[in-house]
Design a protein around this ligand. Structure first.
Ligand SMILES: Nc1nc2c(c(=O)[nH]1)N[C@H]1C(S)=C(S)[C@@H](COP(=O)(O)O)O[C@H]1N2
Ligand SMILES: [Mo]
Length: 248
């Protein structure tokens, strides 16, 4: 069983500092980004604006039909077992470059402070839809897990396979600690339906649809994306030559 008290203490002390400010003030974090991306000064200024919030919408603009896309029903034996038992034994693991790996049940995730946001999802295939998403900020969990300074990327491993390859995605720490980056366990006020990523999916509102990993199984903090599947940071990046950074 997870030590919930410790998790909350971790989350609380992180909040006092405000993860984003702490990271932005950290020379290692900025230097790492500069090294990794070879940023010019102009590009670095542009990077700062990545903290801006994505547009949010009123309830009245929620799309009556939100098309599910990509995998709509993962058919791996493992996923089917979790589905059959109502995700009772499903656990989200947050590990890799963290000092305190977390193993969380859905119940524990639902008990965390929940953010609600109505945003527009833009798929690279040319459609958009507005939905309401509910879940804790990813930053809260990463602070509780005590991300190590060497961590540069957060990788999301999903249950589903496409053509035998696992769906996965990754984001950098700017997006990981963005206030609207949440792990959604509900959509439009209901538990996340299977086509939309049950039991838990990523919402990373400043990027295109394929970055929003559904059917989360495991989250990994890593120093580099090299050596993870095709090495390009995501299923579609590896297979379809999609951009790793899909900012909108
Ligand atoms: N695990 C997983 N996540 C995924 C996909 C997928 O096939 N598998 N498809 C992606 C794509 S291309 C889009 S547009 C969105 C679709 O989200 P939706 O089904 O809620 O519309 O999920 C993204 N996340
Ligand atoms: Mo998409």
């Amino acid at each position: 069983m997870i030590d919930r008290r410790k998790l909350l203490v971790g989350a609380g002390s992180g909040l006092m500092l405000s993860g984003c400010d702490a990271l932005h003030g950290s020379p290692t974090f900025r230097e790492g980004l500069r090294g990794a991306e070879d940023l010019t000064m102009a590009a670095q200024r542009a990077l700062l604006s990545r903290d801006d919030l994505a547009r949010v919408y009123p309830e009245s603009e929620i799309s009556p039909i939100f098309p599910p896309n990509g995998t709509r029903f993962p058919d791996t034996p493992e996923y089917l077992r979790h589905l059959a038992t109502g995700f009772r034994d499903w656990r989200l693991r947050i590990e890799g470059l963290v000092d305190r790996p977390l193993v969380l049940s859905l119940e524990q995730i639902r008990a965390l402070p929940t953010r609600h946001q109505i945003t527009r999802h833009d798929c690279v295939e040319g459609w958009s839809a507005i939905g309401k998403w509910h879940g804790p900020q990813l930053g809260t969990l990463l602070r509780a897990a005590r991300l190590r300074p060497e961590a540069r990327y957060i990788v999301f491993l999903c249950f589903d396979r496409l053509g035998g390859r696992r769906y996965y995605e990754s984001i950098d720490l700017v997006d990981a600690f963005h206030p609207q980056t949440i792990l959604a366990w509900a959509m439009n006020g209901r538990s996340l339906p299977v086509p939309y990523g049950a039991p838990l999916r990523l919402r990373v509102e400043r990027q295109l649809g394929y970055k929003h990993a559904k059917y989360l199984e495991r989250i990994l903090a890593v120093p580099s994306l090299a050596g993870i599947y095709g090495g390009k940071g995501g299923y579609w990046e590896d297979v379809g030559d999609y951009e790793w950074y899909a900012g909108i």
